[in-house]
Design a protein around this ligand. Structure first.
Ligand code: NAP
Ligand code: G3H
Length: 488
């Protein structure tokens, strides 16, 4: 199924207007595996002219795609989901090599995405408009009625990050397409090859030419140009807060949906089930080496149970398997590149220098950072506030609930937080006061299930994702007002 994607075995092309096209400039970017430096493939480094042409193609196709009935769009999405499931192993193998995800998580990402696409197709079919009689408003009678339907926005520019190239591309593409938009996908450079496989799946499923197009190249070269392009009607971005802020500064009058960084806290109260908390913290903080927006990124624990919690965490961290995901199933994989590993190492060093107590880890081998836990992290350390996007977890001891709330809210971020307690009153008290999009009670911070609303406040995002929410975000109401003139 995946022939035509490459010029030869390793040189990939972009999907533009239903065809696989290499770049005319001949400039390519080599994608090397973060695991062993081997070449995964090359992708076109597109010029601004090529990006412009692609966006124009998407605009032209939109009028045709809008006219495809929703039930047919939904059928195509269902087919894409089935194809994706069939290709789960093959695509997961690319993910393992391209972004160093462990195989089990890579397969899970692809299968979850297939479910996401199916659910999106079904959700779109059951989304209805409304009719609003005027007489509920003072001074009006029943002679006026507003018939409200939903319209697509036009061309959606979808920009995805490296850590979920399939899922965080598809969770933009599927709701955008089903709502009648056309899409230009700009995947993260490291992650592009996986995303091109995804585009191939949608093409095989039968979307019309130009409904989904891909543009590859460095964000630093084509990013500003793409986001400020006149024809782009909506930007759906997932990535760092730094790039997200830049996009919102340089664009004007463009609606934005943004999922950005986080510093999710797990708050552990005295009465918490510590074994449950430990299980969730380990999975939440260290899976995919902490390279998840929703990773548990700080622990705020009551002093009275801190020693016990740390002892239990240490025992579990010892068991995490560190290594090469191409060779075997591991828990801790190499970080995406050496710059990311340098950054995490700098946070570790600064915490050590400022007196944090290293419980376990702190070691680096090439781009692998061993799972690291620090106790006694104080609020003057960068580790208390910055998002490592790596497997390093700070413990900040607290003396009461209000201190936990205050420290949690002092963060620039506001994605999610967890509260571990057996007291429902404490859970609700804290949840009510936390400045985040979602509070998890007795569970790790995480995005799914994917039909739940998912949003960040403050520097963690703009707008709300989640299947129905995403479809709504990428469509708008259209009102036709009918006035019955009795004199006629
Ligand atoms: P990133 O460096 O911000 O890149 C994200 C995307 O933006 C990539 O496709 C990148 O392309 C592109 N880009 C770079 N500069 C651009 C520009 N000037 N204009 C437009 N696009 C530009 O983020 P990342 O390293 O891939 O992902 C990690 C970050 O994403 C973390 O901070 C994480 O918390 C966040 N994240 C958040 C969520 C969430 O749901 N809240 C989910 C996943 C990740 P290139 O790759 O070519 O540079
Ligand atoms: O990296 C950000 C993802 O949206 C997080 O999804 O909680 O399922 O890992 P996840």
């Amino acid at each position: 199924m995946f022939n035509n994607l490459c010029c030869d075995e390793k040189c990939y092309k972009n999907l533009i207007n239903g065809k696989w096209v290499g770049c005319t400039s001949g400039k390519t970017i080599e994608i090397k595996s973060p695991v062993d430096g081997s070449l995964v493939g090359s992708i076109p480094s597109m010029t601004k002219e090529e990006v412009d042409e692609t966006i124009r193609i998407a605009k032209e196709a939109q009028t045709k795609w809008r006219d495809v009935p929703i039930n047919e769009r939904a059928k195509i999405l269902h087919k894409a989901a089935v194809l994706l499931e069939e290709k789960a192993e093959e695509i997961a193998d690319i993910l393992v090599r391209e972004i160093a995800k462990d195989k089990k998580s890579a397969v899970a990402e692809v299968k979850r995405t297939a479910d996401y696409i199916k659910f999106t197709a079904d959700a779109a079919k059951s989304m209805e408009g409304e009719s609003i009689p005027a007489d509920s408003f003072p001074g009006f009678n029943r002679s006026k009625i507003s018939v409200v339907t939903r319209e697509p926005l036009g061309v959606v520019l979808a920009i995805s990050p490296f850590n979920y190239p399939i899922n965080l591309s598809a969770s933009k593409i599927a709701p955008a397409l089903v709502a009648g938009n056309t899409v230009v996908l700009k995947p993260a450079t490291q992650g592009s090859i996986s995303a091109l496989y995804l585009a191939r799946v949608f093409q095989e499923a039968g979307i019309i030419d130009g409904a989904l197009n891909t543009i590859t190249g460095r964000g630093s070269e084509i990013g500003d140009y793409s986001v400020t392009h006149d024809i782009v009607d909506f930007i759906n971005f997932t990535g760092s807060t730094e790039v997200g802020k830049r996009i919102s500064q340089i664009t004007s009058m463009k609606p934005l949906l943004m999922e950005l960084g986080g510093k999710d806290a797990a708050i552990i109260l005295e009465d918490a089930d510590l074994d449950l908390a430990v299980k969730n913290i380990i999975a939440g903080a260290y899976s995919y080496s902490g390279q998840r927006c929703t990773a548990v990124k700080r622990i705020l624990v009551m002093n009275s149970v801190a020693d016990k919690l740390i002892e239990k965490l240490k025992e579990k961290i010892k068991d995490l398997k560190v290594g090469n995901p191409i060779k075997e199933q591991v828990d801790i994989v190499p970080l995406i590149n050496s710059k990311a590993a340098d950054f995490v190492e700098s946070l570790i060093k600064e915490a050590e220098e400022k007196g944090a107590k290293l419980i376990i880890g702190g070691k680096r081998e090439n781009n692998i950072i061993y799972p690291t836990l620090f106790d006694n992290v104080s609020l003057d350390m960068r580790l208390a506030w910055e998002e490592p996007f790596g497997p390093v977890l700070p413990i900040i001891r607290i003396n009461n609930i209000d201190e936990a709330i205050e420290i949690s809210n002092r963060s620039e971020y506001g994605l999610q937080a967890s509260v571990f307690t057996n007291n429902i009153n404490s859970a609700f008290y804290i949840a009510d006061k936390l400045e985040v999009g979602t509070v998890q009670v007795n569970n790790k911070t995480e995005r799914g299930p994917d039909h739940f609303p998912f949003l960040g406040v403050k520097a963690s995002g703009i707008g709300t994702q989640g299947i129905r929410y995403s479809i709504e975000a990428m469509s708008r109401p259209k009102a036709v007002v009918i006035t019955i003139n009795k004199d006629i």
